[in-house]
Write a new protein. Structure first.
Length: 210
C-alpha cells in the first residue's frame, strides 16, 4: 500500500471530490409537509393576491402548493426539485405572515433575509384591558390615521399589524424588541409623544452600535 509522504514535494494529494447538492427530499429522507389554516376573514384577500403568493413558493422555493377551500387550509410540501433544506419553513413563514395581515411585499422579506422573525402578542398579555379602556389603548398604538404606528415602524425598521387586540411585529430580533417596548408603553398609558421621543433615542443608539 502506498502511503503519502507530506515531505515529498513531488507527490500531490488527490483532488477533493465534488458531489451535486441533495434535494430537500433526499436530505430529509422523504416528503415534508406544512398545513396552514386560513381564517375566514383572510380567505378573500388570499384569493385576490394568490398569484403573488403562489409564484415565489413554486418558482423560488420549488415547493408544491395545494389549497383546500372547503377546509380552508393551504398545504405546502417539498418536491424533488426542492434543493434548499429550509425552503419549507421559509414558505410556511411567508404564508403565515400574509395570513396574519402583513402585505405580500413585506412578507416576501422572510424569503430574502434569514434573520427576520414575527412576534405576536395580545394587549391583555401586557395589561388586562376591556371595553373603552381597550379601545383607547388600540387608539394610542395606531394614532390618528395610523400616524403613531407608522412612526414606530419607521424608527424601528419593522412592520406592525393591529388586528383587534392582537399585535404582530415583523423584523429582526433587536428591532422587534424596540417596537414591542414602545407598544407596551402605549398600552400602559404613556402618551405617544413621550414614547416616540424615547424610541428615537433608543433607535439612534442601536444604529450607532451596528
Amino acid at each position: 500500500m502506498e502511503i503519502e509522504n507530506p515531505s515529498n514535494p513531488t507527490q500531490t494529494s488527490a483532488p477533493v471530490p465534488q458531489f451535486p447538492a441533495l434535494s430537500a427530499v433526499e436530505a430529509t429522507g422523504g416528503v415534508e409537509k406544512r398545513k396552514i389554516i386560513i381564517p375566514p376573514h383572510r380567505l378573500n384577500p388570499l384569493k385576490e393576491r394568490w398569484l403573488e403568493i403562489y409564484t415565489p413558493l413554486v418558482e423560488q422555493l420549488m415547493l408544491q402548493v395545494k389549497v383546500n377551500q372547503a377546509k380552508k387550509t393551504i398545504t405546502l410540501r417539498t418536491s424533488p426539485q426542492t434543493t434548499e433544506t429550509g425552503a419549507l419553513q421559509k414558505g410556511a413563514d411567508f404564508v403565515q405572515a400574509f395570513i396574519l395581515g402583513f402585505e405580500v411585499r413585506d412578507a416576501l422579506a422572510l424569503l430574502r433575509v434569514d434573520d427576520l422573525y414575527i412576534d405576536s402578542f395580545t394587549i391583555q398579555d401586557v395589561k388586562d384591558l376591556h371595553g373603552d379602556h381597550l379601545s383607547r389603548a388600540i387608539g394610542r398604538i395606531a394614532g390618528r390615521d395610523g400616524a403613531v404606528k407608522y412612526a414606530i415602524e419607521n424608527a424601528t425598521k419593522t412592520r406592525i399589524v393591529l388586528a383587534d387586540n392582537h399585535i404582530h411585529i415583523l423584523g429582526s430580533f433587536t428591532h422587534i424588541g424596540m417596537a414591542r417596548n414602545a407598544i407596551c408603553s402605549l398600552i400602559l398609558g404613556s402618551p405617544p409623544s413621550q414614547v416616540y421621543g424615547r424610541l428615537q433615542g433608543t433607535a439612534a443608539a442601536a444604529n450607532q452600535r451596528f
